[in-house]
Design a protein around this ligand. Sequence first.
Ligand code: ADP
Ligand code: ZN
Ligand code: MG
Length: 476
Amino acid sequence: MKTVIGLEIHVQLLTETKAFCSCSANVFEKAPNTMICPVCTGQPGALPTVNKMMIEYAVRTALALNCEIHRFSRFDRKNYFYPDLPKGYQITQYFYPIATNGCLELDVGKERKKVRIRRLHIEEDAGKLMHEGDAITKAHHTLVDMNRCGVPLIEIVTEPDLTSPREARRFLEKLRSILRYLRVSSGDMEKGALRCDANISVVDEKGFSSNRVEVKNMNSFKFVEKALQFEQNRIIQALKSGSNVEKETRGWDLTSKTTVSMRGKEEESDYRYFPEPDIPPVVISDEYIEKIKESLPELPDQKKDRFTRDYGIPELDAEVLTSTRELADFYEECVKIKPKPKEISNWIMTELLREMKNSESEAVPISPRHLVELIELVEAGSVSIKMAKEMFPEIFATKKMPRQIVEERGLKQVNDKDVIEKIIKQAMEQNPKAVRQYRSGKKGVLGYFVGAVMKQTQGMANPQLVNEIARKLLEG
Ligand code: ADP
Ligand code: ZN
Ligand code: MG
């Protein structure tokens, strides 16, 4: 059995204004129906105008996805009735999309696999329906919030090149990383800024292909993977029993952790697409595309390759460090101040990322100076590695410089030979038996004396030095 998956992804663009009017595009959690105007609510006679930033963001993304950019593209009307679509049609690019024929590379095991992008086009979002149950009458009613009407989206359609639910998830994660690098979208699936419809079918050993099922309503990477796993199993079961699944659209249901049928798949002809008469075609020049190309940031794959090459760090490190632009920049600034690439990587991958695990933002909340100073304190023997790691959460939370914390907490490592010697001599006097045992060959007793020093210094003595001095005195 071979699994075949293709994705249709909607990406909300971070433009200031909506696609065809001057309303703010930042409508998330705003009071319902307060971010609207005659254009985005489709009042008679209102005329759309094209948002230039939206075109630029679409081109940026298309270039990063290795697409052919079309000098000529056009908007069309996709007609359908729905209460959250006051115009009765959605403005989209159906006949002439702005970009086609791209690809995104995925690292699958040792190989870099190409997932083909069929098309990338621009369209507007629809509003939102809110279904509410009335607590008193028990009647259910539905409210409509038009704020999201006209928010700019790009739709990205892949070829059916993905071969497992896991791969589909990896594709989406990679895509989000690129979108964030480009600063064209927040890519937050939980907030609906990145939405994915997944198409899946299974081909059996004899080459017979099942019907294709479309799955929607998955608002996290995890759910995309889970919903596809569920569908994959369901289709395989059907094929094994000699039947087939319906060609339909299904939704991921959070509570039952299954997919449920939503509707039969609509045919393209239902929509009666025709060219949008109120918007002129989008014509862009080679120079325009060239300028955008030059302004593209270094993307995750290029950065990862450069990190392994220039800093000599393992691929896994490079992959993690380049997962966001913020983290990669932080790493590079640290290395610039202190050329210890692997050591810095270790600190980031363990201590820093552990602290950042629950933060919403990708910004690194401490400065490169914080980390470098901590590493230098360890190098100078002022604090032990163990202490440095214990200090890290406080540095992270308070943004205090490591030196200051050392001073405040009186954390300085005890490197004073006289202090250590004195404690060991005391211990030797108090426990002559242990001294005799050591001298008669029971070397393990050394631990007792080291322990005594650690206890007195509250773990702050330099362990190497303690071992050295204890051995010398006991053998003395
Ligand atoms: P439709 O016309 O039904 O929208 P498309 O050809 O436009 O179908 O493809 C929609 C999505 O379905 C694309 O992402 C494509 O990769 C995917 N797809 C096409 N064929 C298959 C298949 N046999 N199995 C899984 N996904 C598929
Ligand atoms: Zn508007
Ligand atoms: Mg389609």
